[in-house]
Design a protein around this ligand. Sequence first.
Ligand code: F6P
Length: 354
Amino acid sequence: MQFKRIGVLTSGGDAPGMNAAIRSVVRTAIGRGVEEVYGIYSGYKGLIEEDMELLNIRSVSNIISHGGTMLYSARCPEFKTEEGMQKAVDVCKKRGIDGIIAIGGDGTFRGATDLTRRGIPCIGIPATIDNDISSTDYTIGFDTAMNTVVELVDKLRDTCESHARCNVVEVMGKYAGDIALHTGIATGAISIAVRELPYDEDQAIAKIIKARENKKRNFIVIVAEGKENFAEAYAKRIEEKTGIETRFSRLAHVQRGGNPTVRDRVTASLMGKAAVMELLDGKSNLVICERKGVITSMDINKALKIDRMFKDLMTPEEYAELEAEGSLVDMRRHCEERAAAKLNLYRISQEICK
Ligand code: F6P
């Protein structure tokens, strides 16, 4: 199929590097003979409302270094309805949009697969600071967010050292503790707590007491927000049980902004190009992934299933279906490898952060 016109959108939580991905999509597509590229504003909401504008090589100049997304982002409940979906398809037909590159997280990919099923081929690019898309080892924005956390926690450590205090820092990551695990190691946190791994609070507190006896003055504890209603109360318990003055800090949305790092700019550029190439090659319903350092792709439905499996959200019926189609073993292996990598990081942090 000859792709004359394609669309690009960003949806869900924004992530630094989304702009670099948009730039790469636009420039690759135009360079490869696509006549027009629509930038669709505010994700699927803009698609339904026909809020879009043609982009060209120059209109994506000077965005590679910017955080946020020049196409804006939104969550769109209407898109999940049959009526909303039909509106989106009608807009694509009216504007002659032959395919869409959708940049975002799992919600974005669910939208992309729904559109593909209705005849608009879509390719997804994973972008979320949480790194919680299980089909890919890396999501755009993760590195920048981690560097932001490290910069802030380093500052907290300075003041903790002066006052001989503890600071419990809550970082983002609703379903995945990746930001917490990596930044915990990078900041020398005495303890890291994430939703998906067991946490022994008594042992952690004993470790803090022992370190204090051993003349340690500053104590950083990193908690992923997925461990709900935990961090703030935990700070109080640490103070009560150790006698060490303890503060609580929630870093929140500051982690989502800022100029993307080299890692995010380069990965976004590579993924943007890969997405366009797949589309022009006649492929659809794929998510671009990075696996073991290589840019590759996976069927979106499979990627969504792996994600549900990894997050322990699959029903027994879904397991039976996967077994019947012969993909269960492969998907299990994928999830086990990912879980093992996390556990390894966690163990290392426990061993060396004292
Ligand atoms: O982008 C993912 C994420 O950062 C989560 O870690 C967090 O829970 C969520 O976004 C918050 O998003 P918002 O406040 O934009 O709904």
